[in-house]
Design a protein around this ligand. Structure first.
Ligand code: AMP
Ligand code: AMP
Length: 374
């Protein structure tokens, strides 16, 4: 189906668990389908849904639809011009008629605004929409993580305050595109100009740049699943990212690096699985539990389903958290099939996409679906 482009205006009324419950009343729960946008972690989500016996619906662009035909996991593919068509009332009506529960992933936040997701997407969605505001706003997010007792890198309000190595970031889920490093106000200005000249940044984005202390250490991204049904925060997988150009710089000798004046950028290309030193696990597990506990106060019932902490671990084993994603991250794709931590908990064949489907299946069996669609 091709749907007309819908209005992107938010009604201002945040969709709540009650609204989802009302939508569900018209659903045939025996024919519940799991749907998502065709990108990011869609294959992970669809495979998990099929393994738990759900039908699947993929909303895809024409260009990428071949992927969802090549891996035969989508029972239905709905072609859209672009992902903002998800806001079209006609498409939403179609999804509801297919009994779809949407699973949000990184493309939802990359292509739609928080306001659109919380107020204009009238299809039941797995997760806690109220938390999207906390996640989208850097200050509120940092406040949430600090209140949960996590250690965060220092932040700088303006470039003139830079007194150490910082990473300059654009707001939103940009997957590291357009990030750069600077260690003084003048190096910031020079690098920013270079980024604009290279077309990696727009002049108007400079105002919105977030300056964060660069934590020197290795990146570790633990993924958790907060189960409302089991009342538990599970530790399921750990990954790290493969980023261009920063992961390529080490291949060039330092003298050449200086000559070509290379500027590390962080465009995400893929992910690697990690197993961690076992003595780091208790702290990482505590961190996940505390973040969920704090979220229960900020936006009850807290995190519903997958979330990921983006951390750097230094050589004195301090764990700095620089971001949270309160949804499935593409890094969990490393676990499709299983990952060591999912295996330890569930045995083979458990991974984030399947864990989501299992939660929905158990919620349906127990008549608790509205609790996971807040
Ligand atoms: P895409 O649909 O590939 O454009 O991805 C949507 C958003 O998710 C973009 O902001 C990407 O940078 C981000 N993203 C995609 N894949 C990954 C990944 N493997 N790790 C982290 N972020 C990702
Ligand atoms: P993000 O898009 O915020 O997940 O960040 C993209 C990449 O930038 C990460 O994978 C890290 O390699 C790097 N990064 C972000 N923040 C920091 C930080 N405060 N210290 C060190 N590296 C960081």
């Amino acid at each position: 189906m091709r749907c007309e482009r819908g209005s992107a205006r938010g009604s201002g009324n945040v969709i709540t668990s009650k609204d989802s419950a009302a939508m569900l009343e018209k659903y045939d729960l025996n024919k519940l389908a799991i749907g998502t946008l065709g990108s990011h972690s869609a294959l992970n989500i669809f495979k998990g849904a099929k393994e738990e016996g759900f039908r699947t619906v993929c909303i895809s662009t024409e260009k990428n639809a071949m992927l969802y035909k090549k891996f035969p996991l989508a029972d239905e593919i709905i072609i859209v011009k672009d992902f903002t068509e998800l806001l079209s009332p006609a498409l939403q009506e179609k999804l509801r008629s297919l009994n779809v529960i949407l699973i949000p992933h990184g493309s939802f936040t990359a292509y739609l605004s928080t306001e659109q997701l919380t107020s204009s997407l009238r299809v039941p969605m797995f997760g806690n929409r109220q938390l999207l505001h906390w996640e989208a706003n850097r200050e509120e997010q940092a406040d949430w993580l600090r209140k949960a007792g996590l250690l965060l890198p220092a932040t700088f309000k303006k470039p003139d305050e830079i007194d150490r190595l910082v990473i300059a970031k654009l707001p939103g889920a940009k997957g590291g595109k357009g990030y750069f490093l600077a260690n003084s106000p003048s190096s910031f200005r020079k690098k920013a100009k270079e980024m604009v000249d290279r077309g990696l940044l727009r002049e108007e984005d400079l105002e919105k740049i977030h300056l964060q202390e660069y934590a020197l250490g290795v990146n570790v991204y633990p993924s958790y699943f907060s189960s409302i049904i089991k009342d538990d925060v599970e530790f399921l997988a750990v990954d790290r990212r493969y980023e261009s150009a920063v992961d390529a710089i080490g291949k060039i000798p330092a003298s050449e690096q200086l000559e070509i004046d290379v500027n590390p950028t962080y465009t995400i290309v893929g992910n690697f699985p990690i197993v961690l030193r076992e003595s780091l696990l208790p702290e990482l597990i505590r961190m996940g539990e505390n973040v969920h506990k704090k979220a229960m106060e900020l936006a009850p019932p807290g995190i519903i389903g997958p979330f990921c902490l983006e951390t750097v671990i230094t050589d004195d084993l301090k764990i700095y958290t620089f971001e949270i994603s309160a949804r499935i991250v593409a890094g969990t794709n490393i676990g499709i099939g299983t990952s060591p931590y999912a295996y330890l908990r569930y045995g083979a064949d458990m991974y984030m996409g399947r864990r989501i489907a299992l939660e929905l299946k158990e919620a349906r069996e127990q008549g608790r679906l509205p609790e996971v669609l807040a």
